[in-house]
Design a protein around this ligand. Sequence first.
Ligand SMILES: NC(=O)c1ccc[n+]([C@@H]2O[C@H](COP(=O)([O-])OP(=O)(O)OC[C@H]3O[C@@H](n4cnc5c(N)ncnc54)[C@H](OP(=O)(O)O)[C@@H]3O)[C@@H](O)[C@H]2O)c1
Length: 215
Amino acid sequence: MSLARVHNFAISLDGFGTGEPQSRDEPFGHAGERLHEWMFATRFWHETTRQPGGSSGLDDAFARQYKPGVGAEIMGAGKFGPPGWHEDPEWKGWWGPNPPFHTPTFILTHHPRPSIEMDGGTTFHFLDTSPAKALETAREAADGQDVRIGGGATVIRDFLAAGLIDHMHVAVVPVLLGRGVRLWDGLEGLEKDYEVEANSSPSGVTHVTFTRVGL
Ligand SMILES: NC(=O)c1ccc[n+]([C@@H]2O[C@H](COP(=O)([O-])OP(=O)(O)OC[C@H]3O[C@@H](n4cnc5c(N)ncnc54)[C@H](OP(=O)(O)O)[C@@H]3O)[C@@H](O)[C@H]2O)c1
């Protein structure tokens, strides 16, 4: 069975998945890198970015669940680029010629454009459709493997609201952002559909996992 999975989605203590305003210079707005410092310190991240070293504790164990068994990703227009990226015909995402996805990658946007084939197995496809239809399309492309729902907060919230997420790892980072895009709005009672576990890391991050009941 092909699952819809979220990994390494970082939120502040007050529930924001990004700060504001988002821009080309500051993709996470006033949050800067604060939501992801825990991940940048891990061996997983060092391997991904081809640097030596990195920590090998709990944060690393969670972070590296991101890759195995994933055959496609879905993300929102807000993760793919800064506001207005669709007006730039040359925009190909933040990640350079060889993005870290290495699978078909579907961008939900009201401004679709032709697919872009990148190095390393990533092809960006642009979809203007519902979360359920996007998941159906991504599942076909994933060829039996799982589909990662990559964010941002708006897209994950929409997939949760539609009951489409099977497994989710949220990293709760001990910072208070006060403003930005919230993950949890409108999801009252969500926990009833999931087995929820929390693990505290010495870094101060709490890793919370939601696994669909009966999975
Ligand atoms: N905290 C983390 O771990 C993490 C992870 C990934 C990204 N981020 C950050 O999160 C931010 C982006 O999140 P976000 O919540 O602002 O935006 P987002 O979830 O990436 O994208 C939302 C946008 O996608 C398009 N869209 C969504 N659903 C659609 C549908 N069904 N059909 C057509 N278009 C659809 C719409 O844009 P249009 O109408 O403009 O097309 C919508 O405004 C960025 O700052 C990014 O850096 C954080």
